[in-house]
Design a protein around this ligand. Sequence first.
Ligand SMILES: NC(=O)c1ccc[n+]([C@@H]2O[C@H](COP(=O)([O-])OP(=O)(O)OC[C@H]3O[C@@H](n4cnc5c(N)ncnc54)[C@H](OP(=O)(O)O)[C@@H]3O)[C@@H](O)[C@H]2O)c1
Length: 298
Amino acid sequence: MIYVAGGTSFLGKRVVGKLLNNKKELRCLFRSEAAKYKLLDLQKKNRKKFDLVGGNLLSTDSLIYSLKDVDTAIYMVRLEYVEFVKNFINAAVKCGLKRVVFISSTTTLLPTENKIKKLKLQSEELIKKSGLNFTILRPSMIYGGCEDDNFYKMLNFIKNKGFFVIFGSGKNLIQPVYVDDVANAILDVLENPSTFGKTYEICGKNAIEYNEMLKIVRNKLKRNFKIIKLPIGASKLAVEVYKKIVRKSDFNSDQIERMKIDKAYSYTEAQKDFNFNPISFEEGIEREINEIGFNKKK
Ligand SMILES: NC(=O)c1ccc[n+]([C@@H]2O[C@H](COP(=O)([O-])OP(=O)(O)OC[C@H]3O[C@@H](n4cnc5c(N)ncnc54)[C@H](OP(=O)(O)O)[C@@H]3O)[C@@H](O)[C@H]2O)c1
């Protein structure tokens, strides 16, 4: 029996679909009625049943019942919630789980310090010291389909407004990873002893400049759009002023500052241990555009 925490997440839904296709017996955790309905929808979409169990990462006790008779778990809840990780580890150890795969992120590799990076690293340390038979996967920015918070929003913005705004020169590198490549990696490490006790970076095929990424998007969307480049310093100031007045913004100045940083990673270890072979951004964004139906004639 495979236990899934975070089955209602963007990534989690793909993972659940793939596990069901592989005829795995599943149990998914839900913490609210809304989450339970999302899982029931997932059953309908996949035309397959799986166990649903109520519980909350806020407490170890509520997890112990849900982990009864489970030997393997996949944990896809953000690792910055360190208390959740502690509670889950306590419950997993008490219930004698034999195998747990945790999803972290390449935020842990940023060259600059920030709160999220610190908290995720704290959780990774707890996992490593837990005594559990773990594997940690660290995906870069994940994209694919209409639940992708990153590129779906961007494609919609371009479609509706006819332009796109970037902060800085656009020469920074990015290496987003397609959601199915992350989901496949999770399934591939699950029973693979070469991956036990190890941590892997999971990212797209190649790192590309932000400017190059926009060129690919333009080609695949078959639509010309303007690119407005704003200097980083002035943008940070503008966002802070905007937040003071409106008290709400999609961005904060730290996020803008991080846009200067190259986010390029190596996945050699993953390639070596479980044949990780991700698709290129060109292929991935084309799949996303087709999946969403952006280029379909009305
Ligand atoms: N998205 C990315 O670009 C990206 C990049 C790198 C790594 N990751 C990692 O991939 C994983 C999934 O990310 P995502 O963006 O797809 O996730 P997400 O949309 O943020 O979903 C978070 C999940 O955690 C569950 N959850 C939160 N609090 C909980 C609690 N107290 N008890 C039980 N469940 C709780 C949520 O359930 P509800 O349905 O109840 O809210 C949901 O299933 C995370 O570990 C994330 O750090 C994501």
